[in-house]
Structures are given as structure tokens and as C-alpha cells.
Design a protein around this ligand. Sequence first.
Ligand code: TGC
Ligand code: FAD
Length: 392
Amino acid sequence: MKPDLFEAPDYYNLDDLLTEEHKLVRDAARKWVKREVSPIIEEYAQKAEFPTQIIKGLAEIGAFGSYIPEEYGGAGLDQISYGLIMQELERGDSGIRSTASVQSSLVMYPIWKYGTEEQRKKYLPKLASGELMGCFGLTEPDYGSDPAGMISNFKDMGDHFLLNGAKMWISNAPFADIAIVWAKNEEGRIHGLIVERGMEGFSTPETHNKWSLRASATGELIFDNVKIPKKNLLPEKSGLGAPLGCLDSARYGIAWGVIGAAMDCYDTALRYSKERIQFGKPIGAFQLQQKKLAEMITEITKAQLLTWRLGVLRNEGKVTSPQISMAKRNNVDMAINIAREARQILGAMGITGEYSIMRHSMNLESVITYEGTHDIHLLITGMDITGLNAFK
Ligand code: TGC
Ligand code: FAD
């Protein structure tokens, strides 16, 4: 892979909207990605493996639980800093951002918000330092977009719960030490349970043959009469709103993250367009290539503004779930289109692993599907503006 020459586009001087702390956090993450991710990511994507050796570094830049209070080992940062870290990680690779999203928003967040003080103290500091890694099991083979129908269930056996069922498409499952698992009790109410690796009857087979998110480990969670201690139930929130509340946080991070992937594709294509000579001049001098590049920077700038505003609303505690859906949907679509156009600017070189664009493009095919598909987020917006529910 070529050396990482990335320069971040900032067409509307959006840095002026950031605090010194935001810029420090972002620049540290950017530097770390250049040093630790860019040199190895192509090799790991090719061999379809998550580079576990970067876990410690991810913890050190505050990527695990950026906004979790310091008393629980988190970095105690605001929502914009969290977003900027996600942006920088996804500039490197969506799979790296995925691991950090899952750990922060889908594992630490529910323990922080729905757990007991004992659970917070037991798990959060170790998750923040990367000593423990987690995963989040909501999706099932027959229930993806419609998680309310889930079959996984647990029975009260007096001194413990007995968990049965299966989850699939679970990021980090193959190496996670703990799983936040959503399952129904005997009354059909959804609850979160902390399931630990090593519990009898719990297995996590890896999912192979992915053309997307290859540097992220994906797997199943299988529960065959797993005995769960009662103290592992997250008691403070139940119902589908509990996992969906975690998804709000993760979807918010994705809205920022994919801007990183788009910026990397744009920056690579812009540089290439000035260096590649055809018909006696740089291809960037042709109007058709300029149209592509001009549209890319316009879309990136719009996405940056949307996301910055979303961050302000989230910091103020005023954001709505449909506002997050709009940003997730818009920004992933923006990034996937930019990756496709940028690939074309590089001609045949664009399909090789010498450049990051094809890897970003393939990764974004997962990102447009997970955490609520492109269609589901449109229907959430539709429901919000009309008051009419297209799901039921
Ligand atoms: P519905 O009846 O609308 O809602 C059920 C309850 O949930 C509440 N609620 C929310 N709460 C918090 N945040 C949200 N975003 C919420 N949306 C809804 C709602 O108020 C209600 O509460 P209550 O108290 O009245 O019971 O539910 P529904 O069954 O009709 O479904 C609605 C729909 C389709 C929007 C929802 O099911 C959905 O979002 N589906 C998409 C599923 C999804 O996103 N799965 C993601 C799995 S995790 C993942 O992909 C991780 S990838 C990680 C990585 O690698 O980065
Ligand atoms: P389906 O729900 O079967 O949807 C298929 C198609 O039908 C989609 O185009 C969808 O938009 C459309 N559709 C569905 N319902 C409607 C409707 N009402 N109206 C119109 N169109 C509709 N899940 C986890 O729980 N944890 C994880 O860590 C996790 N990581 C993932 C990692 C990867 C790499 C991938 C690819 C997925 C991951 N997922 C995870 C699962 C992901 O959240 C689901 O794939 C996603 O929610 C969609 O579910 P599905 O794949 O079953 O598609």
C-alpha cells in the first residue's frame, strides 16, 4: 500500500467551530491512525483478520468510552470529541471504527446507563482500557430490521436464568470477552444480559467469506442452556427501547465515522487527479473529473455541517432519534457514492490494494446495512414527519 499522505479537507473552515480540546483529541487520533493503522490495514483486510494488537492503542487515544465518565475509566469527553475520534478511525478503516463503536456505544453505554453500580465498577474500567472486549447481540437469523420479533429467551430458574437462542452478524463476537445480549423473559419482555466467555453452552463461531468489513471479526452468538447469574441482568431499562437507545449512540458515531472514509477517498482521488497525466495533461484538468471532485467536497462539507450540529444537539441533550437516523442515512449514502466516484478517478489503479478506496467502498456496503438499513432510516424520518407508521 502507498504511504499515507492524507490531508483532511476543511472547505468551510469548520475547525473554527471546534474547541482546542476537540482539535487535540482529533489530531491525536489522526496521528495514531497514520502510524498504527495505515501501514497494516491492507494486509489485515486481505487476510480477513482484525488486528488485535491495536486494541491497547485504541484505548490510549480514548476510543473506548470517550464520553463515559472518568470515574468509570472513560475519557469523560463530549459528544463532538467522540464523533471526531470515530471520524479519524473510519478514515483508517470502517472495521476499526466498528470495533470502537461497539465497545463504546453498544457495550459500555448499556452497562453505564442500564446497569447496577456493581456492574459499572466491575466492567467499565476494564472495557475502557481494552483489558476486556465486548460485543452486542441484537440481530437474529430471522429478525434483522425487526428485532422486536426476536426468539432468544431466558427463563427464571430461581437462583439463575437459563438463556437459549442465537444471534448472528455480531461484530467482535469471535474474540469478545463479554456479550451484551438482548433476549425475552417469560412474559415476552426484552432485557439485556451480560454473558461472559467461558459460560457453559455459550459459543461464538466466526462468520467467514465476507467481501466487506474484512478487517473486522464478525460472528454468531449461540446460547444452549447457558446459566446466567441473576446479577448479570441489566436492571434499569427493559423493552425494545433499551437496545434502540444504545443504537442511537452508535448511529451517531457512524454519521461522523463515514465522513472519515469519504474524506480519505476524496483526498486520494484529488491527489491522483493532479499527478496522473493523460492526453498530455493531469486528468484533474478535465471538466468531467473536476465535476466529480467538486461534488465530493460539496457533499463532504454538507455532511460535516450536519454532523457538527447533531453533536451540539447531543451535547445539549436535545437530539431526537429521527435526527440521528437522518444523519446516519445521509452520511453513509454520501460516503458510498464518493467512494464509487473516487474509484473511477483512479482508473484501474482504483481497484487495487495500493490505494484505500476499494476497501472503503466495500466496507461501506456493511455500514449502509448495519445499525438500521438505508430503508429503515428513511422510514423513521417518514414516520417522524407524517406521524404515520409504515412499519405496522
Ligand atoms: P417501536 O414500537 O417503534 O419502538 C419500540 C420502543 O422503542 C422506542 N424507540 C426508541 N428508543 C430509543 N431510541 C430509539 N432510536 C428508538 N426507536 C424506538 C419506542 O419509543 C418504543 O418504546 P415503548 O416504551 O413505547 O415500548 O418499534 P418497532 O418494533 O416498530 O421497530 C421500529 C424500528 C424498525 C425503527 C426498529 O426496530 C429499528 O430501528 N430497526 C433496525 C434494527 C437495527 O438497527 N439493528 C441494529 C443491530 S446492532 C448493529 O447493527 C451493530 S453494527 C455495529 C458495528 O459494527 O459498528
Ligand atoms: P433484513 O431486515 O432482512 O432486510 C433486508 C432488506 O429488506 C433490506 O434492504 C431492508 O431495508 C429491507 N426491509 C426490511 N424491512 C423493511 C420495511 N419495513 N420496509 C422496507 N424495506 C424493508 N447486528 C447486531 O446485533 N450486532 C452487531 O454487532 C452487528 N454487526 C454487524 C456487522 C456486519 C458486518 C453486518 C453486515 C451486520 C451486522 N449486524 C449486527 C446486523 C445488522 O444490524 C443487520 O444486518 C441489519 O439490521 C439488517 O438486518 P438483515 O440483514 O436481517 O436484513
